[in-house]
Design a protein around this ligand. Structure first.
Ligand SMILES: Nc1ncnc2c1ncn2[C@@H]1O[C@H](COP(=O)(O)OP(=O)(O)OP(=O)(O)O)[C@@H](O)[C@H]1O
Ligand SMILES: CC(=O)N[C@H]1[C@@H]2OC[C@@H](O2)[C@@H](O)[C@@H]1O[C@H](C)C(=O)O
Length: 384
């Protein structure tokens, strides 16, 4: 085993619900220790600013551009991450010098893989300065430079976790990790360790947008609204017949690639129920492109907390002779897994190890990535 690092991962995902923070001890290969972790929710006003940021980002042609509100938003987002780190350290009796590196995802405001354009706002230098911890950030860009989709990046971490599950009887091979966030993505780990991964469709984002527009709430907690509704088959098929599911090439998704239904399409309840079904069925449709049918689905991300999605996914997977397990059934943490992944990837970045592979993003060869913002250089610059 190589030298162990203690890393903090920070994730602000496509759901834009808050900042997930996780601590990880790793040598960039094995995961030696996971946790603690925490989530710090955004208030409604900041969520609204992030949504405006997505609108402003639509005019970006070069990834360094920050039109409209984006420059100020980037600064405020970074300061919120710094505050999250300080709170996390305090809550866990840790000091900045206990942490070797932070892996900082930032917020994706635009993702157009066909144009080789992906933009995550988040100022690594400012975060390093504020926290006095080295920061690795902007981890998607180098993948795109080398022909990759720039996403998903979590598969390298899923593969590391899967190595620790191989002894467990309930985990039949091949296994896939399913991350149901705003968008869903899947990682297949073959019996020989082969990794195949890609975005699998809309996750919670359609449900979130639907209930926000029609009930004024950010998400359908516990699937309560969906549980009162019925699946509208025609509406579901409209989503599931999208060319994304049948295309030759697997593509990564932007949050806006799928739009919520219009109010004429469904009642609040039927809309929520139908979109929950679409979330589950999209995973199965995309899984049909895997090299082998999975035997075990390990589910992480906020969507696993919606019992309607989980019931539909379980029914569909069982019909394909597979088993669905929430991450917690395997003593994993389905809420902090992405933040853990960003900690893991930061350590890999520092060691020059690949973050992505031809099988995960379509990149032309395994490549590393990320930019390092050093607290030391920052402090020296201040003195000078
Ligand atoms: N108790 C719950 N009941 C139902 N849905 C929930 C619950 N908790 C979270 N969710 C859903 O999960 C979403 C957040 O999931 P998660 O944090 O995994 O997304 P993300 O990391 O922002 O997205 P991505 O993985 O696409 O970047 C919420 O927006 C909500 O839709
Ligand atoms: C461009 C971007 O931010 N994509 C996210 C998004 O959210 C889920 C899915 O789409 C995945 O591709 C990715 O995040 C995960 C954490 C990843 O890169 O692995």
């Amino acid at each position: 085993m190589g030298k162990l690092s203690t890393a903090i991962g920070l994730m602000s995902g496509t759901s834009m619900d808050g900042i997930d923070v996780a601590l990880l001890r790793t040598d960039g290969e094995s995961v030696v220790q996971r946790g603690p972790s925490a989530g710090y929710a955004y208030d409604a006003r900041f969520r609204a600013r992030l949504k405006q940021g997505l609108e402003d980002a639509k005019s970006i042609a070069m990834r360094v551009e920050r039109p409209g509100t984006l420059a100020q938003l980037e600064r405020d987002l970074t300061l919120r991450h710094a505050e999250a780190v300080r709170t996390f350290l305090h809550e866990n009796n840790l000091l900045p010098e206990d942490i070797d590196v932070i892996g900082f995802h930032g917020q994706t405001v635009l993702h157009r893989p066909d144009e080789g354009l992906t933009v995550q706002i988040g100022d690594g230098d400012l975060l390093a300065h504020e926290t006095q911890i080295d920061v690795v950030y902007d981890m998607r860009a180098n993948d795109m430079v080398h022909g990759g989709q720039g996403a998903p990046l979590i598969p390298a971490y899923h593969a590391a976790l899967a190595r620790g599950l191989s002894e467990r009887q309930e985990v039949g091979a091949p296994v896939i990790f399913v991350n149901i966030g705003g968008i869903s993505n899947i990682t297949f780990i073959g019996a020989d360790g082969r990794i195949v991964a890609y975005d699998s469709g809309p996750g919670n984002t359609l449900i979130d947008q639907w209930v926000e527009a029609h009930a004024g709430i950010p998400y359908d907690q516990g699937g309560m609204i969906a549980s009162e509704g019925a699946v509208l088959v025609e509406l579901a098929e409209r989503y599931l017949s999208h060319p994304f599911f049948t295309a030759q090439k697997r593509c990564s998704l932007d949050r806006n690639d799928f739009a919520p239904p219009s109010s004429a399409d469904a009642s609040l309840e039927d809309g929520a129920r139908t979109l929950a079904y679409v979330t589950a069925a999209a995973i199965l449709r995309s899984a049909a492109h895997l090299p082998e049918a999975p035997a075990t689905y390990v589910v992480c991300g906020g969507g696993r907390l919606n019992p309607i999605i989980m019931k539909d996914l379980t029914n569909l997977a069982e019909a394909a002779h597979a088993r669905v397990l929430a991450a917690e059934a395997l003593e994993l943490n389905g809420d902090s897994m992405e933040a853990e992944a960003w900690a893991y990837l930061a350590v890999r970045s520092l060691r020059g190890l690949p973050l992505t592979y031809p099988g995960t993003t379509g990149v032309d060869r395994p490549v590393s990535g990320g930019r390092l913002a050093s607290k030391v250089i920052d402090a020296e610059a201040e003195q000078g």
